[in-house]
Design a protein around this ligand. Structure first.
Ligand SMILES: Cc1ncc(COP(=O)(O)O)c(C=O)c1O
Length: 393
């Protein structure tokens, strides 16, 4: 039958986040006010100077396909940023591809490097796109559990114990979605040693690097000795510059690793949106004050939320060091995280994501994004408390 779907997508489900989105949408249509803590994007507007640069580009007629790898000004801005902030030296002409968000970069990388049957190490819980995209290209996701009592840090020993002759790639995400964990240098060094010993390619997703708190420091694994040649660094503009709707990201690394990715990108999308790329140049080359202000506000909300959650009997919440999510455990309430998320939506009018949406190890947890107004979070905590008391009876 010619209308049957391809085998490769048969095992891939729609995101379980959809159910919460849809139900929250119906409630709002009926006039119920829902606090949105499910959305993984900043609630701020894109800074004005970035919008102006894109507007100007439109007025100047930058409305056509660009070079496949992105406009030269943006590739140069990315290379400059990577050198200044990440201690990574990339060739702006051959070592950078501007993509339609990090999402496209990740799919392009997997298509360029993962053969059917290759194993890819992925932390569990993690952003589910990693797992499903690995499956889409015929690879095998090998999940490495993260533990709450170890602050959700990826344990190099756990990684080592899952490496086989088929392991091709290690995916890292620091700061991490959904836990907010930031990998310290000592962990990165051990992971780097493993990658070198077993000849692994590392995909380092650094989209949350600028959203970081307290003494935590973001280190790019590509900057460690012997790692540049085996790392593809993925980053973008969605989170730090509140540009998620602009759909702009990139992948950077040595030309030998980047050029095969360019080949996929070239046939896939031709180039990222022309005028949006001019906005991204302003994001990297212009004032970083809006980013700093946004992170300060996230920090205020983070403290409010974590302190309040830890005061609720039966709830435990690790203080995230980065990103804008908390990943508290509700294991004491004896409900699956899907049931609990549905209950919290209906009873407390809080939309959040069941931890199981990020992998099996996420079961018993809920992801709450604090990319929502401070006062709304404060009010939501009161309702959360009351609705959980009803469960405890
Ligand atoms: C870990 C991680 N990487 C990448 C992205 C998406 O990035 P982009 O909007 O650039 O596709 C997200 C979005 O939620 C994310 O959580």
């Amino acid at each position: 039958m010619s209308l049957t779907i391809a085998e490769r997508i048969k095992d891939i489900p729609f995101s379980s986040i959809r159910k919460i989105f849809e139900e929250a949408g119906w409630m709002e249509k009926k006039g119920v006010k829902v606090t949105h803590m499910e959305i993984g994007r900043p609630d701020f507007d894109t800074p004005e100077h970035i919008k102006e640069a894109a507007n100007l580009a439109l007025q100047q007629g930058h409305v056509h396909y660009t070079s496949n790898s992105g406009i030269q000004e943006l590739r140069a801005a990315i290379a400059g940023k990577l050198q200044r902030e990440n201690n990574i030296e990339v060739d702006p002409d051959e070592g950078v591809v501007v993509t339609i968000g990090c999402k496209e970069a990740i799919v392009d990388i997997l298509l360029a490097y993962v053969n059917p049957g290759d194993e890819v190490l992925i932390p569990d819980p993690s952003w589910l796109e990693y797992q499903h995209n690995v499956k889409l290209v015929g690879g095998i996701p090998v999940l490495v559990p993260l533990h709450e009592d170890k602050d959700f840090l990826l344990d190099p020993e756990e990684v080592a114990s899952r490496i086989t002759s088929k392991t091709k790639m290690l995916i890292l995400c620091s700061p991490h979605n959904p836990t907010g964990a930031v990998l310290p240098e000592s962990y990165l060094k051990e992971l780097a040693a493993l990658a070198i010993k077993h000849d692994l390619l590392v995909l380092s997703d650094e989209i949350y690097e600028k959203i970081i708190y307290d003494e935590a420091k973001h280190i790019s694994i590509a900057s460690l000795p012997g790692m540049f040649e085996r790392t593809v660094t993925v980053n973008g503009f969605s989170k730090a510059y509140a540009m998620d709707g602009w759909r702009l990201g990139y992948v950077a690394g040595p030309p030998s690793l980047i050029q095969p990715i360019l080949k996929v990108h070239q046939y896939n999308t031709t180039s990222a949106t022309s005028f949006a790329q001019y906005g991204a140049v302003a994001a990297y080359n212009g004032s970083q004050e809006p980013v700093e202000d946004m992170v300060k506000e996230f920090d205020r909300r983070r403290r409010l939320l974590v302190e309040a959650l830890n005061q609720i009997p039966g709830v435990h919440c690790v203080l995230p060091k980065g990103a804008f999510y908390v990943f508290p455990s509700f294991k004491g309430f004896g409900r699956s995280s899907k049931d609990l998320a549905t209950y919290l939506l209906r009873e407390a009018r809080i939309a959040c994501v069941p931890g199981s949406a990020f992998g099996e190890v996420g079961e018993g947890h809920i992801r709450m994004a604090f990319s929502t107004d401070y006062n709304d979070i404060e009010a939501a905590i009161g309702r959360l408390n009351e609705s959980l008391m009803q469960i405890k009876g």
